[in-house]
Design a binder for this molecule. Structure first.
Ligand code: DUC
Ligand code: ZN
Ligand code: ZN
Length: 474
């Protein structure tokens, strides 16, 4: 008698980025080893009859346990962040190892490795954040880290403690080109934001709602254009992160029309929130939705939806940046209501990303199931060099899967598993939620129950991005 599979998922309607097909899925030692009908028995079997099965989500932009200044602390570490991810159908995360100015990049990576070690329920990789591109970083540390599997890095064009000037950006892009890495750009014009902030504060406009006025669309448009020009000068691909609306999208379409390799990411906050969620009065409630770039308006939401459906966007990420509303370490530093420019930036979204797009995208007819899989799993895995191990359902891939439950439900923070005390999407009607999440063959979420396995997740080394033509790689 043939050896049984460790697990067989029967009668699945599997969706990949290119197809949908009915199949059983045979899993052994954490990998998909066979696809086909009427597979041999498994030691364990799950019947997925009538249900859609997609690859586990790959969230390629989230912030966990980052080192912050003053009293502020991120609410999620690698344990609670990956817990929330699993319960929302995400099985691979790519958070950041952020260099602090004056610190070696290598030391930063070691610090984040330690922070994550033994904590994560699912696999993760790191993007680097380069804030101090010294000759040592550019000539030695970055090339060595790229060779070790840290093949992407984020460059900030704003935030005083992190931003690079144009010359520094060119330096980092040139290392990316030479060594086959991918640079991700946070595109907002720092000087314009600073100037507008000064004026707003001087006029006594301190409420969270003024966060949006201090970062209008044009500051994002200008920086997006500049990022594209800098990348063009170096002749290297870039990815613009968290694109919020029309004017930035126009720049990206323009660049693409010229044949430049400019990729783009958007996030749930630009589909489901508007600047009105930051408040229309002086109340502090809107602090919960303060993130950068800020949410825009419903017309911009529609334009972002167009980019979701017509292929403009390469990846759909959460930009989960977890800060609590209560206590002293989150949106109220030291327990105080602060002016808009001092509110920690970010919204939680690791757990809700997949279900929001599945509900409002697939089940409301805006995008196909294939495009959903492409945006939430396959493209992020390809973009950051984790495909085909991650991001697809294929023989040899890790058995990272989601079995979907369709049916109306109301989104409540009380039902979520992050360590944040709110969700910006409280009360929204959803049409689906993951019924079961499998990570490397292990059931971690089933019928509303989380089955913890801290340490089940390990650090992945990323290969070169599939978006970068091979002749560019060193
Ligand atoms: N913006 C960022 O650039 N990072 C974290 C959160 C945010 O709002
Ligand atoms: Zn950013
Ligand atoms: Zn971010």
């Amino acid at each position: 008698m043939s050896t049984p599979f460790d697990l067989v998922i029967r009668n699945a309607l599997v969706a990949t980025a290119s197809d949908s097909f009915h199949t059983d899925i045979g899993i052994s030692q954490g990998r998909i080893v066979q696809l086909g009908k009427q597979l041999n028995r498994g030691i364990e079997e799950i019947n997925a009859e009538g249900r859609v099965v997609t690859p586990g989500g790959v969230d390629a932009h989230c912030h966990l346990d980052e080192i912050t200044s003053g009293p502020v602390r991120m609410a999620d570490d690698f344990n609670t962040g990956t817990r929330a991810a699993v319960c929302g159908g995400t099985t691979t995360l790519i958070p950041f190892a952020a260099q602090q100015r004056g610190q070696s990049l290598r030391t930063a990576v070691e610090e984040y490795r330690q922070r994550a070690h033994g904590q994560a329920h699912v696999d993760y990789a790191f993007h680097l954040i380069v804030t101090d591109p010294t000759p040592e970083v550019l000539e030695h540390e970055l090339p060595e880290l790229i060779a070790e599997g840290f093949t992407s890095f984020k460059i900030y064009m704003t935030y005083d403690d992190m931003k690079l000037n144009d010359g520094q950006i060119l330096d980092v892009l040139s290392v990316a080109k030479q060594h086959g890495a991918l640079a991700m750009l946070h595109a907002e014009n720092a000087d314009c934001i600073q100037w507008l902030t000064r004026k707003l504060l001087a006029a006594g406009n301190t409420a969270p709602s003024f966060h949006a006025s201090s970062r209008p669309m044009l500051v994002e448009r200008e920086a997006t254009h500049r990022a594209i020009a800098l990348a063009e000068l170096i002749d290297t691909p870039i990815l613009i992160v968290h694109v919020s609306g029309k004017e930035a999208i126009e720049q990206i379409r323009w660049a693409r029309a010229l044949g430049l390799q400019v990729f783009a990411e958007t996030c749930p906050q630009y589909l489901f929130l508007t600047a009105e969620d930051l408040g229309t009065d002086n109340s502090y409630h809107g602090a919960r939705c303060v993130c950068s770039p800020p949410p825009r308006d419903t017309a911009n939401q529609e334009i972002v939806w167009n980019g979701i459906s017509d292929g403009l966007f390469t990846v759909f990420s959460s930009d989960h940046a977890p800060f609590r509303m209560d206590g002293t370490q989150g949106k109220r530093p030291d327990g105080r209501e602060v002016s808009f420019d001092r509110i920690p930036n970010g919204v939680p979204g690791l757990e809700t990303r997949m279900a929001l797009l599945y509900s409002a995208g697939v089940l409301e007819g805006r995008i196909s199931l294939q495009r959903f899989v492409e945006l939430t799993a396959t493209n992020p895995a390809k973009t950051y060099g984790l495909h085909p191990r991650k991001g697809t359902i294929a023989i040899g891939s890790d058995a990272d899967l989601v079995i979907w439950d369709e049916g109306l439900r109301t989104l409540r923070n009380d039902d979520l598993h992050h360590n944040v005390d709110y969700t910006p999407y409280e009360g929204m009607q959803l049409r689906a939620w993951p019924g079961l999440t499998l990570s490397k063959g292990l059931v971690l979420w089933r019928d509303g129950q989380f089955q913890p396995h801290p340490g089940h997740g390990s650090l992945l080394a990323c290969g070169p991005s599939s978006l970068i033509p091979t002749q560019r790689q060193a």
